[in-house]
Design a protein around this ligand. Structure first.
Ligand SMILES: [Zn+2]
Length: 105
């Protein structure tokens, strides 16, 4: 299940220990610290189709949910969130972006 792991929005190491989430209205991927939402909270919220209140790295106060597969692959990351984490702005979750880079180049 390696590919599933690589496109995940979960706060794994490749995602800089942040959830990469979207709000109902704003379509960028924002970085919510792993400690802000437990995996149990996220699973319950997804099951109930609820949004979770949390504060991403950029400080925007909204309610968040897991992005769909295509969002994880292609949505633009919030620039202030990326700056707060010290990573380059780009598209998709950092884990997904890393998986697309050819390690031999
Ligand atoms: Zn943000």
């Amino acid at each position: 299940m390696r590919e599933v792991r690589l496109v995940t929005a979960h706060p794994i190491e490749e995602n800089h220990r942040h959830w990469w989430l979207v709000s109902g209205k704003w379509r960028r991927l924002h970085a919510v610290p792993a400690v802000a939402i437990s995996p149990e909270q996220m699973r319950t919220a997804v099951d109930d189709a609820r949004l979770l209140p949390a504060r991403p790295a950029c400080g925007m106060r909204r309610r968040w949910t897991m992005p769909g597969l295509f969002s994880r692959l292609g949505r633009r990351r919030c620039t202030p969130c990326c700056e707060a984490l010290g990573i380059e702005p780009g598209y998709g979750t950092p884990a997904n972006e890393a998986s697309r880079k050819d390690p031999t180049t």
